[in-house]
Design a protein around this ligand. Sequence first.
Ligand code: NAD
Length: 508
Amino acid sequence: MSLPSESDLSSRAAAAAAACGVDLSAAGGAQVGRSPVNGLPVSSLAWSTPADVDAAVARSAAAYDAWRLVPAPVRGAVVRRFGELLREHLDDLATLVTLEVGKIGSEARGEVQEMVDICDYAVGLSRQLFGRTMTSERPGHRLMETWHPLGVVGVISAFNFPVAVWSWNTAIALVCGDTVVWKPSEQAPLCALASAALLRRALVDAGFSGDESQVVLGDAAVGMALVDSPAVALVSATGSTRMGREVGPRVAARFGRSLLELGGNNAAIVGPSADLDLTTRGIVFSAAGTAGQRCTSMRRVIAHSSVVDAVTDRVAAAYEKLPIGSPLDDGTLVGPLVNERAFASYSTSISAATTSGGSLVVGGSRVLDADARDAYYVQPTVVRMPAQSDVVHTETFAPLLYVLAYDDLDEAIALNNAVPQGLSSSIFTQDQAEAELFMSAGGSDCGIVNVNIGTSGAEIGGAFGGEKETGGGRESGSDAWRAYMRRATNTINYSGDLPLAQGVTFDV
Ligand code: NAD
């Protein structure tokens, strides 16, 4: 396999960024971004200072004063234009996603398609920010609720969905009347600058200042400055549970709102009646796709003892054939891990699993290291585990799948729920009663509970997020928009009298 050279990557990145309106020749700074594709530099930019963050928040707050009063369908029209620009520049943004985080072409384009989809959704939503009307206990009175914008929304995003997560938050926040300051992953600044340039164009073309969308670049320290800013009404933070533990209490301490989308440890139960062809395809996409670097990646298979050997063999056979290589090459299905740290955690977890009694079924090694010393390609790996030991309770952000056996469905559900995370889960079964039980209050405790489909690859129409250490936030579809607004309850008296609630009398 041949990996692209540094100048090849840099020139592709510069061309894609330029097409989106970002001139990298005018940029430049001390922070070098490395591409996971070959481990070589792909960007060098300056990071924001705390003063830059304050200034961005101040511009956002000033823009909010006007934006909140713009009719929601007019705000929706700006998001519609943004969606059109995303359609036009889908390949440019997808190229940047591949270069900065290593996604294969199809998945990178899928990520940008998700941005387009959420824009379409948000445009419709801009005419549907409904409140309820309630009956009053008093004659001649009416109760209703009205939804208003919140203010400045701070978005902190993870490397593995470098643009889609921002767009889920931003398209919805904008139609809700909020303005947004984005601190993207330090791994993907070019993706952020290019996406934000397209949004700015949509805003400015429609006669707005463009300040409704701001970007600050940098690492956790820059994220912290956003988290601590009292002018940021909502902090929507996507990343590891470690990050959420730091962010959540700090936002709560200033009575801000937070929306946390954190780590997952997602399992599929495979019942005795499962269609094993479909199950195998579902497992392989969820566990090995994106090189195991989705929050919803499948990390555990809990298979009935009557099928566990067959499932393991089929998954292993599929893994042996998976093309691993440069995500820029057609035909590659498994690209690189993001960096050396990710490779270290892959290796450490495999050792911990085998030390605690697991047996390696397939994979376990780094590949292509002779082609690129600083890029980390690994074999998707399956380890058969005798029990759900400590390492299985931990999210390892790599293509590492543990297989466990069960005899009784209650035992399988208990294993599914025994981990600290609660993002996504699946059951593969042809038995309707098993599927219903898994989706019931006595079933999976996750935010996403699927039947005959893997744990990853959610659509934007549903609310996305999970429970327990996954943080409890919900984003994207359904009624997730409510997190970006505040509710006012209105009581209107048209009776000409003043009866008090609960029969209280207070005659003056
Ligand atoms: P990370 O936690 O290292 O970083 C995520 C973001 O948070 C980055 O922008 C980072 O700069 C910032 N950050 C880190 N510490 C911070 C702090 N103390 N204050 C403010 N900002 C801080 O995560 P990552 O390696 O980029 O992404 C992988 C993780 O993200 C995995 O755990 C994955 O499961 C999770 N993830 C969750 C979802 C979800 O929707 N639940 C989606 C994508 C990724």
